[in-house]
Write a protein that binds this ligand. Structure first.
Ligand code: AMP
Length: 354
């Protein structure tokens, strides 16, 4: 295997939110420095070696940033193609641009998954004839913008054909995809990593509960039949190999009577993987840093049952009370301003041995 990057090397991280912050802390534990690229507020920069505060359209700033880094990774997927071109002129980028291109656009993503033989919701690009599109998906359906959607934003439900026009109008002309409604009993996700040597380490799937489109809790173990756990891990492995992927990937899945249906993939560490901080010897953040710097992947087996709970908006006021409870690990992101819907921190509650 290749030698890992030496101590003191600089890992560039595009995006300065909480995921970048926790990546930077994991990088520091392995002897690395981190350089954050983030135009807005950057809680990650508080724990990093350097911060470039510039926009993703500032190609000079991107070039200078890339020259200062030994490897570049990212904590969010909406990075413009021009920025990727500039960065990859000088510096390796993991995961690479194919992983980004697939996950940036829901139509490309769904087509990629279907071509791998994986189950997805029935889908169709939204055209000028929405009723023809809905023939392919069935009703009820959900319209989603192809790009830049997150936490349920940029989505509209069509419960009856008569609601179709209003749903299309709510997309504001953005390219969109229609998806048939999946009748699921649970939502789970699996977090998995692939190293530069092609080795794969997958975490146990967690069971997710959303509130208003935002992840609220992830519970381990997921209450699903054991074969579905294996299926989830195999699905993640298949995606990682197909993309020749390096780093951590999150895969969101619906549990249905017919088996698992893939909802979406995230080419990065994922909120539903925060439980690994309390449940595994090597958490998702360290695993990602290991992968992008050429270390062997670490042990991702689960030694504890854990419930991860997001602290959203005013929930953060409960942090002090929660901190006194048995088995609770508190993570706060250092964000200056509390706003409704804003992820301020999370807790991992260890509920017993695995
Ligand atoms: P997404 O942004 O694709 O993760 O969607 C946000 C949430 O909407 C998911 O976590 C599901 O709860 C729900 N959802 C998304 N797509 C579908 C679908 N095709 N059928 C049923 N529910 C869905």
């Amino acid at each position: 295997m290749t030698e890992p990057l030496p101590s003191g090397s600089v890992i560039g991280i595009l995006g300065g939110g909480q995921l970048g912050r926790m990546l930077a802390m994991a990088a520091a534990r392995l002897g690395y420095r981190t350089h954050i690229f983030e135009p807005g507020a950057a809680p990650a920069a508080d724990v990093a070696h350097a911060w470039t505060q510039a926009g993703y359209d500032d190609l000079d700033a991107l070039r200078t940033f890339a020259e200062a880094c030994d490897v570049i990774t990212f904590e969010f997927e909406n990075i413009p193609a021009d920025a990727l071109d500039v960065l990859s002129e000088t510096t390796p980028l993991y995961p690479d641009r194919r992983a980004l291109e697939v996950s940036q656009d829901r139509l490309i993503e769904k087509s990629f998954l279907r071509d791998l033989g994986l189950e997805t919701a029935p889908f169709a690009p939204v055209t000028s004839d929405i009723h023809a599109d809905l023939k392919m998906t069935g009703v009820p359906a959900i319209l989603k913008t192809r790009r830049f959607g997150y936490d349920g934003k940029g989505q509209a439900r069509i419960m009856a054909a008569g609601e179709a026009e209003a749903a299309v109008a709510s997309m504001d002309g953005a390219p969109a995809i229609a998806e048939g409604f999946v009748d699921f009993s649970k939502e789970i996700s699996v977090i998995a990593a692939r190293g530069q040597d092609g080795a794969i380490a997958a975490y146990d799937p967690g069971e997710n509960v959303h509130d208003d489109g935002i992840l609220s809790t992830t519970t381990l173990p997921a209450q699903i039949a054991p074969p579905l756990r294996t299926d989830a891990v195999l699905i993640a492995s298949q995606i990682l190999n197909a993309l020749d992927y390096v780093g951590v990937l999150g895969v969101e899945l619906f549990v249905t009577p017919g088996g698992l249906v893939v909802n979406e993939i995230a080419p990065r560490v994922h909120n539903s993987g925060h439980w690994t901080q309390a449940g595994c010897a090597v958490d998702q953040f360290e695993q990602h840093i290991r992968a992008v710097t050429g270390w062997p992947l670490g042990d991702g087996s689960r030694h504890a049952n854990v419930v991860m709970e997001n602290l959203i908006g005013d929930d953060v006021a409960r942090a002090g009370t929660l901190a006194a409870e048995p088995g609770v690990q508190v993570h706060l992101y250092g964000k200056a301003e509390t706003r409704p819907g804003r992820k301020m921190g999370h807790i991992n509650r260890v509920t017993g041995p695995a």
